[in-house]
Design a binder for this molecule. Sequence first.
Ligand code: SAM
Length: 266
Amino acid sequence: MTGSDAAVPAIDTSRPHPARVYDWWLGGKDNYPVDEELARRILAVDGTVVRGARANRRFMHRAVRTAAEAGIRQFLDIGTGIPTEPNLHQVAQEVAPESKVVYADNDPIVLRHAQALLHSTPEGATHYVHADVRDPDTVLRPAAETLDFSQPVALSLVALTHYLGDEAYGLLQRYVAELAPGSFVILSQVTPDLSPEAIEKAAEQFRRSGTPFFPRSLAEFSRFFDGLELLGPGVIPVSGWRPGPEDVAAQAEGIVPVYSGVARKV
Ligand SMILES: C[S@@+](CC[C@H](N)C(=O)[O-])C[C@H]1O[C@@H](n2cnc3c(N)ncnc32)[C@H](O)[C@@H]1O
């Protein structure tokens, strides 16, 4: 189990962490009072955030299923978050049980949960790397012990790039450069396009708590897909990406300010 048997760094409960704040919005129990406080403050300025988190999660499920149904059997999910069922490996392995999955995140609480989760999954199929996306070698080197990068991989950074500034573009290029043709790239992130004031206030709350936050416009988010072949329907708010019945129903409550897209490396 790659990386998952590493010593668990201390969990800092003195300030909110993005993974735990997101867990609170998803109705999870793996968060602390500081996380709940920030989650509630952001919810007060952006009333869509709980629906947005759920819609984002469902987008991840549909995108992973799309990749698996297209024949992808290897998945690298960076910024994976605290496990929330169904997790990516469950979606991929439901389509193809032999699918291999490597998760990566830099939050100690995610590592702790991954250790527990992965000990209960079949040996060899799902691995975890405790690493920072900004240090690609520390993600890619251990990932290559499980994944064969000469074959297509689905790389997902779902709801991660809004924690990264302009370095996100070069970082993504670095990861994509490792991928074989036929690989998939799955991305989503918060945008200010639909409700600029609410999103600016939400971003300000994150920044004040010590987490840099970078909402992106349609053009800025679309830049991540430069050089890749976008799958239909292109870059679109999460609930509109190949929606299922639950997403159609959710859209009736309003569009959430999270863009998504899935592309193929040609
Ligand atoms: C909003 S959650 C998204 C979780 C999951 N991808 C999803 O969409 O349901 C963002 C995750 O990115 C992780 N993250 C933030 N910055 C990171 C970094 N520099 N390197 C690795 N992971 C990071 C956080 O710890 C958190 O688990």
